[in-house]
Design a protein around this ligand. Sequence first.
Ligand SMILES: C[S@@+](CC[C@H](N)C(=O)[O-])C[C@H]1O[C@@H](n2cnc3c(N)ncnc32)[C@H](O)[C@@H]1O
Length: 206
Amino acid sequence: MKEIDNTELIRYRYNRYSKFYDILEAPMEIPSSKWRKELVKYSSGKVLEVGVGTGKNIPYYQSNTNLTVIDFSSGMLHKAIKKFGHLNNINFTNADIQKTEFETDEFDTVIASFVFCSVPDPIKGLKEIKRICKNDGKIIILEHVRSDNKFIGLLMDFLNPLIVGLLGFNINRDTENNVINSGFHDYQDKNLLLNIFRMFIINNKK
Ligand SMILES: C[S@@+](CC[C@H](N)C(=O)[O-])C[C@H]1O[C@@H](n2cnc3c(N)ncnc32)[C@H](O)[C@@H]1O
C-alpha cells in the first residue's frame, strides 16, 4: 500500500513539475546534450525509452528508429507528444516501469536518462527492464548519483528531502548498487562528471 501511495505522490510531483521542467532544466542541457547523444547511439532494433519526460533525447535518435517511449506522468508525456507527436516512428505510452504490460524479451535496447533517481522502487523498475529486454540486449542508463566525496555526499543527504518533496527526484541514490541488486553484473560504468553523472552500459544476461 505504501509503495502505491509513493508512486502516486511522485507522479503528482512530476505532473506539477512538467509545467516548468524545460525551463528549469535548461542549464543542465549544456553538459547533458553531449551525454544524450552518446546515450542513444547504443540503440538498435526495437527500442524502449523509459521516463521520456518532455522528450529531450528524441532529437538524437535516428529518424528510422523503431521507438516506444513511456512515462507515468501524463503532464510530462503530453509535453513530449506536443513536440514530437508528429513523428510516426514513435509510439507514446503512459506506463509505469515498475509494472508494464510489455512482453518478456520485447525490446533489443532500453534507454533511460535521469529516471532511476525518481522511480519509487528502482529495483522493481530495473527488474522489469531485465524482463522486457532480450537476452544480450543493451540497457543504457544515464544518471546522477550520490557523490562519493564525504562532504558532498552528506550535503546531498541533507538536501534530498527538500528536492524530492519539491521536484520528485532524489539526489543521493546509489544507482550502481541498485543495478547490481537487480541482477545485472555485466556492465560498464562511465564517469561523465565528478563521479556524480554516470552512464551504465549494461549487457542483459538472463
Ligand atoms: C528527471 S525526469 C527525466 C526526463 C527525461 N528522461 C530527461 O532526460 O529529461 C524523470 C522522468 O521519469 C519519469 N518517471 C519516474 N518514475 C517513473 C516510472 N516508475 N515509470 C515511468 N516513468 C517514470 C517521470 O515522470 C519523469 O518524466
